[in-house]
Design a binder for this molecule. Structure first.
Ligand SMILES: NC(=O)CC[C@H](N)C(=O)O
Length: 436
Protein backbone atom coordinates (compact mmCIF):
# COMPACT_ATOMS: atom_id res chain seq x y z
CA UNK A 1 0.00 0.00 0.00
CA UNK A 2 2.74 2.41 1.04
CA UNK A 3 4.93 1.62 -1.96
CA UNK A 4 1.95 2.02 -4.29
CA UNK A 5 1.26 5.49 -2.82
CA UNK A 6 4.92 6.49 -3.17
CA UNK A 7 4.93 5.23 -6.76
CA UNK A 8 1.77 7.18 -7.58
CA UNK A 9 3.22 10.36 -6.06
CA UNK A 10 6.42 9.96 -8.04
CA UNK A 11 4.42 9.63 -11.23
CA UNK A 12 2.38 12.75 -10.37
CA UNK A 13 5.50 14.72 -9.47
CA UNK A 14 7.31 13.71 -12.64
CA UNK A 15 4.29 14.68 -14.68
CA UNK A 16 4.20 18.19 -13.21
CA UNK A 17 7.95 18.60 -12.85
CA UNK A 18 8.56 18.24 -16.58
CA UNK A 19 6.79 21.50 -17.41
CA UNK A 20 7.20 23.42 -14.20
CA UNK A 21 10.85 24.52 -14.19
CA UNK A 22 11.87 28.14 -13.59
CA UNK A 23 12.10 30.67 -16.37
CA UNK A 24 15.91 30.62 -16.45
CA UNK A 25 16.17 32.62 -19.64
CA UNK A 26 15.89 36.08 -18.02
CA UNK A 27 18.52 37.78 -15.90
CA UNK A 28 17.44 39.40 -12.60
CA UNK A 29 19.11 41.83 -10.18
CA UNK A 30 18.18 42.63 -6.59
CA UNK A 31 19.12 46.25 -5.76
CA UNK A 32 19.17 47.49 -2.17
CA UNK A 33 18.69 51.17 -1.32
CA UNK A 34 21.94 50.94 0.67
CA UNK A 35 23.78 50.58 -2.66
CA UNK A 36 24.46 46.86 -3.11
CA UNK A 37 23.22 44.82 -6.10
CA UNK A 38 23.00 41.02 -6.48
CA UNK A 39 22.73 39.37 -9.90
CA UNK A 40 20.92 36.09 -10.49
CA UNK A 41 18.29 34.51 -12.74
CA UNK A 42 14.59 35.27 -12.79
CA UNK A 43 11.83 32.77 -12.06
CA UNK A 44 8.08 33.33 -11.73
CA UNK A 45 6.60 36.47 -13.26
CA UNK A 46 8.87 38.34 -15.70
CA UNK A 47 8.31 41.75 -14.09
CA UNK A 48 10.23 44.21 -11.91
CA UNK A 49 9.01 45.50 -8.54
CA UNK A 50 9.92 47.67 -5.54
CA UNK A 51 9.42 46.56 -1.91
CA UNK A 52 10.85 46.32 1.58
CA UNK A 53 13.57 43.64 1.73
CA UNK A 54 13.24 41.32 4.74
CA UNK A 55 14.66 37.89 5.56
CA UNK A 56 13.05 34.88 7.19
CA UNK A 57 15.01 32.12 8.90
CA UNK A 58 12.18 29.59 8.62
CA UNK A 59 13.32 26.30 7.14
CA UNK A 60 9.89 25.09 6.00
CA UNK A 61 6.49 26.51 5.01
CA UNK A 62 7.49 28.84 2.17
CA UNK A 63 3.92 28.42 0.87
CA UNK A 64 2.41 29.56 4.20
CA UNK A 65 4.84 32.49 4.59
CA UNK A 66 4.22 33.71 1.05
CA UNK A 67 0.43 33.67 1.56
CA UNK A 68 0.61 35.40 4.98
CA UNK A 69 -0.98 38.86 4.41
CA UNK A 70 1.53 40.37 6.87
CA UNK A 71 4.22 40.01 4.14
CA UNK A 72 2.33 42.40 1.84
CA UNK A 73 4.71 44.81 0.07
CA UNK A 74 7.82 42.86 1.10
CA UNK A 75 10.60 41.22 -0.90
CA UNK A 76 11.06 38.02 1.09
CA UNK A 77 14.58 36.56 1.31
CA UNK A 78 14.67 32.93 2.51
CA UNK A 79 17.84 32.05 4.41
CA UNK A 80 17.18 28.35 3.78
CA UNK A 81 19.05 27.70 0.53
CA UNK A 82 16.79 25.20 -1.25
CA UNK A 83 13.25 26.54 -1.64
CA UNK A 84 10.47 24.94 -3.69
CA UNK A 85 11.41 21.28 -3.21
CA UNK A 86 7.95 20.21 -2.03
CA UNK A 87 6.09 22.28 -4.61
CA UNK A 88 2.78 24.04 -4.01
CA UNK A 89 -0.55 22.40 -3.07
CA UNK A 90 -3.98 23.15 -4.48
CA UNK A 91 -5.13 26.03 -2.26
CA UNK A 92 -8.78 24.97 -2.03
CA UNK A 93 -10.80 22.85 0.37
CA UNK A 94 -14.40 21.74 0.22
CA UNK A 95 -16.28 24.22 2.43
CA UNK A 96 -17.64 22.56 5.56
CA UNK A 97 -18.31 23.84 9.06
CA UNK A 98 -14.71 23.24 10.26
CA UNK A 99 -13.17 24.86 7.25
CA UNK A 100 -12.09 28.36 6.33
CA UNK A 101 -11.98 27.84 2.55
CA UNK A 102 -8.23 27.70 1.88
CA UNK A 103 -5.36 25.30 2.64
CA UNK A 104 -2.68 28.01 2.80
CA UNK A 105 -2.84 31.26 4.78
CA UNK A 106 -4.89 33.30 2.31
CA UNK A 107 -6.17 33.05 -1.26
CA UNK A 108 -2.87 33.84 -2.99
CA UNK A 109 0.70 35.10 -2.74
CA UNK A 110 0.92 38.27 -0.63
CA UNK A 111 4.63 39.16 -0.66
CA UNK A 112 5.90 41.28 -3.59
CA UNK A 113 8.75 38.95 -4.57
CA UNK A 114 10.91 36.08 -3.31
CA UNK A 115 14.69 35.77 -3.17
CA UNK A 116 16.22 32.30 -2.96
CA UNK A 117 19.68 30.81 -3.28
CA UNK A 118 18.54 27.81 -5.29
CA UNK A 119 14.96 27.38 -6.51
CA UNK A 120 13.99 23.70 -6.85
CA UNK A 121 13.03 22.89 -10.42
CA UNK A 122 11.69 19.47 -9.45
CA UNK A 123 9.41 19.01 -6.51
CA UNK A 124 8.05 16.05 -4.60
CA UNK A 125 5.08 16.00 -2.25
CA UNK A 126 1.82 14.04 -2.31
CA UNK A 127 -0.25 17.25 -2.19
CA UNK A 128 1.81 19.29 -4.69
CA UNK A 129 0.16 20.30 -7.94
CA UNK A 130 2.73 22.76 -9.33
CA UNK A 131 6.21 24.16 -8.82
CA UNK A 132 7.08 27.33 -6.94
CA UNK A 133 8.11 28.96 -10.25
CA UNK A 134 4.81 28.10 -11.93
CA UNK A 135 2.80 29.37 -8.93
CA UNK A 136 4.75 32.66 -8.91
CA UNK A 137 4.30 33.02 -12.67
CA UNK A 138 0.55 32.39 -12.44
CA UNK A 139 0.29 34.83 -9.51
CA UNK A 140 2.28 37.59 -11.27
CA UNK A 141 4.96 37.53 -8.56
CA UNK A 142 8.65 37.67 -9.56
CA UNK A 143 11.47 35.69 -7.98
CA UNK A 144 15.27 35.66 -8.19
CA UNK A 145 17.46 32.57 -7.78
CA UNK A 146 21.21 32.01 -7.80
CA UNK A 147 22.09 34.83 -5.41
CA UNK A 148 24.06 34.48 -2.17
CA UNK A 149 21.25 34.81 0.37
CA UNK A 150 23.81 34.49 3.20
CA UNK A 151 25.48 37.71 2.04
CA UNK A 152 22.14 39.53 1.64
CA UNK A 153 21.01 38.37 5.08
CA UNK A 154 24.26 39.45 6.73
CA UNK A 155 23.76 42.91 5.22
CA UNK A 156 20.14 43.14 6.38
CA UNK A 157 21.16 41.81 9.79
CA UNK A 158 23.73 44.61 10.12
CA UNK A 159 21.91 47.56 8.56
CA UNK A 160 18.32 46.52 9.28
CA UNK A 161 15.36 46.05 6.95
CA UNK A 162 16.15 47.89 3.68
CA UNK A 163 14.08 49.06 0.71
CA UNK A 164 14.81 47.16 -2.48
CA UNK A 165 14.01 46.63 -6.14
CA UNK A 166 13.94 43.38 -8.06
CA UNK A 167 14.79 44.21 -11.68
CA UNK A 168 13.99 41.51 -14.25
CA UNK A 169 14.88 41.10 -17.95
CA UNK A 170 15.61 44.33 -19.87
CA UNK A 171 15.35 46.33 -16.61
CA UNK A 172 18.57 44.70 -15.39
CA UNK A 173 20.62 46.84 -17.75
CA UNK A 174 19.12 50.07 -16.33
CA UNK A 175 21.17 51.82 -13.62
CA UNK A 176 20.24 51.11 -9.97
CA UNK A 177 17.34 53.25 -8.76
CA UNK A 178 18.10 56.56 -7.06
CA UNK A 179 17.25 56.88 -3.35
CA UNK A 180 14.05 58.82 -4.19
CA UNK A 181 12.80 56.13 -6.58
CA UNK A 182 12.54 53.41 -3.92
CA UNK A 183 8.94 52.77 -2.88
CA UNK A 184 8.30 52.36 0.85
CA UNK A 185 5.23 50.14 1.34
CA UNK A 186 4.86 51.23 4.97
CA UNK A 187 3.77 54.71 3.83
CA UNK A 188 0.51 53.09 2.68
CA UNK A 189 -2.31 51.61 4.72
CA UNK A 190 -1.65 48.00 3.67
CA UNK A 191 -4.22 46.70 6.16
CA UNK A 192 -6.96 48.38 4.17
CA UNK A 193 -5.79 46.46 1.07
CA UNK A 194 -5.93 43.00 2.66
CA UNK A 195 -8.81 43.23 5.16
CA UNK A 196 -12.21 41.80 4.21
CA UNK A 197 -14.45 44.43 2.63
CA UNK A 198 -17.63 43.00 4.16
CA UNK A 199 -18.41 40.92 7.27
CA UNK A 200 -18.73 37.13 6.82
CA UNK A 201 -19.42 34.12 9.05
CA UNK A 202 -17.62 30.81 9.66
CA UNK A 203 -19.10 27.86 11.55
CA UNK A 204 -22.33 29.74 12.45
CA UNK A 205 -23.58 26.85 14.62
CA UNK A 206 -20.58 27.11 17.01
CA UNK A 207 -21.39 27.58 20.70
CA UNK A 208 -19.33 30.74 21.41
CA UNK A 209 -19.69 33.83 19.24
CA UNK A 210 -16.35 35.46 18.43
CA UNK A 211 -15.87 38.65 16.40
CA UNK A 212 -12.57 38.86 14.50
CA UNK A 213 -11.31 42.28 13.44
CA UNK A 214 -9.48 41.43 10.23
CA UNK A 215 -6.25 43.38 9.72
CA UNK A 216 -5.06 40.67 7.29
CA UNK A 217 -5.87 37.50 9.24
CA UNK A 218 -3.90 34.32 8.54
CA UNK A 219 -6.27 31.45 7.80
CA UNK A 220 -4.79 29.31 10.56
CA UNK A 221 -5.97 31.84 13.14
CA UNK A 222 -9.53 31.43 11.87
CA UNK A 223 -9.07 27.61 11.78
CA UNK A 224 -7.75 27.64 15.34
CA UNK A 225 -10.94 29.41 16.51
CA UNK A 226 -13.33 27.31 14.39
CA UNK A 227 -11.68 24.03 15.51
CA UNK A 228 -12.55 24.99 19.09
CA UNK A 229 -16.15 25.31 17.95
CA UNK A 230 -16.36 29.09 17.86
CA UNK A 231 -18.94 30.75 15.63
CA UNK A 232 -16.71 33.31 13.96
CA UNK A 233 -17.79 36.62 12.41
CA UNK A 234 -14.99 38.28 10.47
CA UNK A 235 -15.29 42.09 10.36
CA UNK A 236 -13.39 44.72 8.32
CA UNK A 237 -10.48 46.26 10.30
CA UNK A 238 -12.25 49.62 10.81
CA UNK A 239 -15.72 48.18 11.53
CA UNK A 240 -17.53 49.85 14.44
CA UNK A 241 -17.44 46.83 16.75
CA UNK A 242 -18.94 48.87 19.59
CA UNK A 243 -22.22 49.04 17.66
CA UNK A 244 -22.57 45.23 17.57
CA UNK A 245 -20.53 44.08 20.60
CA UNK A 246 -23.53 42.83 22.58
CA UNK A 247 -23.94 40.01 20.04
CA UNK A 248 -20.52 38.53 20.89
CA UNK A 249 -18.83 36.62 23.72
CA UNK A 250 -15.29 37.63 22.77
CA UNK A 251 -13.25 39.81 20.43
CA UNK A 252 -10.15 38.74 18.51
CA UNK A 253 -7.75 41.13 16.70
CA UNK A 254 -5.70 39.56 13.90
CA UNK A 255 -2.22 40.00 12.47
CA UNK A 256 -1.73 42.42 9.57
CA UNK A 257 0.84 44.12 7.32
CA UNK A 258 2.62 47.47 7.56
CA UNK A 259 2.88 50.14 10.23
CA UNK A 260 0.42 49.91 13.15
CA UNK A 261 0.14 53.72 13.14
CA UNK A 262 -2.20 53.42 10.14
CA UNK A 263 -4.66 51.59 12.42
CA UNK A 264 -4.86 54.21 15.17
CA UNK A 265 -8.57 54.56 14.37
CA UNK A 266 -9.07 50.89 15.33
CA UNK A 267 -6.99 51.39 18.51
CA UNK A 268 -9.19 54.32 19.59
CA UNK A 269 -12.38 52.29 18.99
CA UNK A 270 -10.85 49.45 21.00
CA UNK A 271 -10.05 51.83 23.87
CA UNK A 272 -13.78 52.57 24.13
CA UNK A 273 -14.55 48.82 23.94
CA UNK A 274 -12.13 48.10 26.80
CA UNK A 275 -13.64 50.88 28.92
CA UNK A 276 -17.24 49.74 28.47
CA UNK A 277 -17.19 45.98 27.73
CA UNK A 278 -15.77 43.33 30.08
CA UNK A 279 -15.63 40.27 27.80
CA UNK A 280 -12.35 38.56 26.76
CA UNK A 281 -10.14 40.15 24.06
CA UNK A 282 -7.14 38.46 22.41
CA UNK A 283 -4.81 39.89 19.76
CA UNK A 284 -1.93 38.52 17.70
CA UNK A 285 0.94 40.55 16.21
CA UNK A 286 -0.75 43.63 14.63
CA UNK A 287 -3.73 42.87 16.92
CA UNK A 288 -1.36 42.87 19.92
CA UNK A 289 0.13 46.20 18.82
CA UNK A 290 -3.37 47.69 18.56
CA UNK A 291 -4.30 46.44 22.04
CA UNK A 292 -1.07 48.04 23.30
CA UNK A 293 -1.84 51.36 21.60
CA UNK A 294 -5.36 51.27 23.07
CA UNK A 295 -3.77 50.69 26.50
CA UNK A 296 -1.53 53.76 26.03
CA UNK A 297 1.73 52.05 24.97
CA UNK A 298 3.83 53.25 22.03
CA UNK A 299 4.35 51.02 18.96
CA UNK A 300 7.78 51.67 17.39
CA UNK A 301 9.60 50.45 14.30
CA UNK A 302 12.42 48.00 15.12
CA UNK A 303 15.64 48.16 13.10
CA UNK A 304 15.62 44.44 12.32
CA UNK A 305 12.24 42.90 13.04
CA UNK A 306 11.89 39.19 13.74
CA UNK A 307 10.94 36.71 11.02
CA UNK A 308 11.34 32.98 11.47
CA UNK A 309 10.04 29.96 13.33
CA UNK A 310 12.65 29.78 16.08
CA UNK A 311 12.14 32.87 18.24
CA UNK A 312 12.42 32.10 21.99
CA UNK A 313 10.13 34.06 24.31
CA UNK A 314 10.09 33.97 28.11
CA UNK A 315 6.70 34.00 29.89
CA UNK A 316 6.77 36.58 32.70
CA UNK A 317 3.31 35.72 34.05
CA UNK A 318 1.16 32.60 34.29
CA UNK A 319 -2.20 32.58 32.54
CA UNK A 320 -4.22 29.58 31.34
CA UNK A 321 -1.85 27.16 29.60
CA UNK A 322 1.10 29.57 29.87
CA UNK A 323 3.44 29.14 32.84
CA UNK A 324 5.68 31.95 34.11
CA UNK A 325 9.38 31.09 33.79
CA UNK A 326 8.98 28.87 30.72
CA UNK A 327 10.64 29.68 27.42
CA UNK A 328 8.44 28.96 24.39
CA UNK A 329 9.76 28.72 20.84
CA UNK A 330 7.56 30.78 18.53
CA UNK A 331 6.81 31.67 14.93
CA UNK A 332 7.22 35.39 14.15
CA UNK A 333 6.91 37.93 11.36
CA UNK A 334 7.03 41.55 12.49
CA UNK A 335 8.91 44.83 12.12
CA UNK A 336 7.18 46.83 14.85
CA UNK A 337 6.90 46.23 18.59
CA UNK A 338 5.45 47.79 21.73
CA UNK A 339 7.89 49.84 23.78
CA UNK A 340 8.53 48.57 27.27
CA UNK A 341 7.49 51.51 29.41
CA UNK A 342 8.22 51.85 33.11
CA UNK A 343 5.77 52.00 34.77
CA UNK A 344 3.42 50.03 32.53
CA UNK A 345 -0.06 51.61 32.05
CA UNK A 346 -2.31 50.93 35.03
CA UNK A 347 -4.18 47.64 34.76
CA UNK A 348 -1.60 46.13 32.34
CA UNK A 349 1.57 44.05 32.69
CA UNK A 350 4.20 42.57 30.35
CA UNK A 351 3.34 38.94 29.53
CA UNK A 352 6.30 37.71 27.42
CA UNK A 353 9.74 39.03 26.50
CA UNK A 354 11.99 38.02 23.58
CA UNK A 355 15.08 36.12 24.78
CA UNK A 356 17.23 37.40 21.87
CA UNK A 357 16.53 41.14 21.75
CA UNK A 358 14.47 41.73 24.94
CA UNK A 359 11.58 43.24 22.96
CA UNK A 360 8.04 43.04 24.39
CA UNK A 361 6.43 39.80 23.15
CA UNK A 362 3.13 40.04 24.98
CA UNK A 363 1.00 42.12 27.32
CA UNK A 364 -1.98 41.24 29.48
CA UNK A 365 -4.48 42.91 31.74
CA UNK A 366 -3.58 42.49 35.41
CA UNK A 367 -5.54 40.12 37.66
CA UNK A 368 -7.08 43.08 39.52
CA UNK A 369 -8.19 44.95 36.39
CA UNK A 370 -11.49 43.07 36.05
CA UNK A 371 -10.72 42.27 32.40
CA UNK A 372 -9.30 39.33 30.44
CA UNK A 373 -7.27 40.85 27.66
CA UNK A 374 -4.04 39.49 26.12
CA UNK A 375 -1.91 40.37 23.12
CA UNK A 376 1.08 38.45 21.81
CA UNK A 377 3.64 39.65 19.27
CA UNK A 378 4.36 36.08 18.10
CA UNK A 379 2.04 33.71 16.23
CA UNK A 380 0.58 30.94 18.47
CA UNK A 381 -1.24 29.53 15.40
CA UNK A 382 2.17 29.19 13.65
CA UNK A 383 1.58 27.78 10.09
CA UNK A 384 4.42 27.26 9.87
CA UNK A 385 6.37 26.88 13.05
CA UNK A 386 6.26 25.26 16.49
CA UNK A 387 2.97 24.77 18.30
CA UNK A 388 4.35 25.55 21.79
CA UNK A 389 1.73 28.26 22.43
CA UNK A 390 -1.22 26.90 20.37
CA UNK A 391 -3.25 26.33 23.55
CA UNK A 392 -3.57 30.10 23.99
CA UNK A 393 -6.56 29.69 21.62
CA UNK A 394 -8.09 27.17 24.05
CA UNK A 395 -7.44 29.64 26.89
CA UNK A 396 -9.23 32.42 24.98
CA UNK A 397 -12.21 30.24 24.03
CA UNK A 398 -12.43 28.94 27.62
CA UNK A 399 -12.54 32.48 29.00
CA UNK A 400 -15.31 33.31 26.52
CA UNK A 401 -17.18 30.10 27.47
CA UNK A 402 -16.84 30.88 31.16
CA UNK A 403 -17.91 34.51 30.82
CA UNK A 404 -21.64 34.47 31.63
CA UNK A 405 -22.22 31.57 29.21
CA UNK A 406 -21.11 29.11 31.91
CA UNK A 407 -20.22 26.47 29.31
CA UNK A 408 -17.80 23.74 30.43
CA UNK A 409 -14.13 24.41 29.72
CA UNK A 410 -12.12 22.62 27.03
CA UNK A 411 -9.12 20.78 28.51
CA UNK A 412 -5.92 22.24 27.06
CA UNK A 413 -3.24 19.83 25.83
CA UNK A 414 0.18 20.25 27.48
CA UNK A 415 2.20 20.76 24.32
CA UNK A 416 5.51 21.22 26.20
CA UNK A 417 5.24 18.44 28.82
CA UNK A 418 8.99 18.04 29.32
CA UNK A 419 9.72 21.72 29.93
CA UNK A 420 10.76 22.84 33.38
CA UNK A 421 9.92 26.29 34.64
CA UNK A 422 12.75 28.39 36.02
CA UNK A 423 11.31 30.59 38.78
CA UNK A 424 12.74 34.09 38.84
CA UNK A 425 14.66 33.69 35.56
CA UNK A 426 14.89 36.99 33.70
CA UNK A 427 16.32 37.97 30.35
CA UNK A 428 19.20 40.45 30.51
CA UNK A 429 18.37 43.78 28.88
CA UNK A 430 20.16 44.05 25.53
CA UNK A 431 20.31 46.93 23.14
CA UNK A 432 20.16 45.87 19.50
CA UNK A 433 21.10 48.63 17.08
CA UNK A 434 22.21 48.81 13.47
CA UNK A 435 25.88 48.75 12.58
CA UNK A 436 26.79 52.27 11.42
N1 LIG B 1 2.43 39.70 11.49
C1 LIG B 1 1.97 40.90 11.86
O1 LIG B 1 0.82 41.10 12.22
C2 LIG B 1 2.93 42.06 11.70
C3 LIG B 1 2.45 43.33 12.37
C4 LIG B 1 3.13 44.56 11.79
N2 LIG B 1 2.81 44.70 10.41
C5 LIG B 1 4.63 44.48 12.01
O2 LIG B 1 5.37 44.33 11.06
O3 LIG B 1 5.11 44.54 13.11
Amino acid sequence: MISRTIFRNQVICRRFATHAGPNTSLPAVLHLKSGQSFSGRSFGAPKSIFGETVFSTSITSYTESMTDPSYRGQILVFTTPLIGNYGVPLNKTPIDSQDVGVILESEGIQCSAVVVADVAEKFSHHAAVESLASWCRRSNVPGITGVDTREITRLLRDQGTTLGRLAVGADTSAPSPTAEQYWDPTTENLVDQVSTKAPYHLNPSGDVKIAVLDFGAKANILRSLVRRNAAVTVLPWNFDFNAVRDQFHGLFLSNGPGAPGHCMEAAMKLRKTLQEWDKPVFGICMGHQIIGMAAGLEAYRMTFGNRGHNQPVLALASSGSIKAGRVYVTSQNHQYALRLSDPFPEGWEPFFINCNDSSVEGIKSTAGSGRKVWGVQFHPESAGGPLDTIEMFTDFINECRAHKLLLPKITPVDVTPGLKTVPGFTVPRREVTAVA
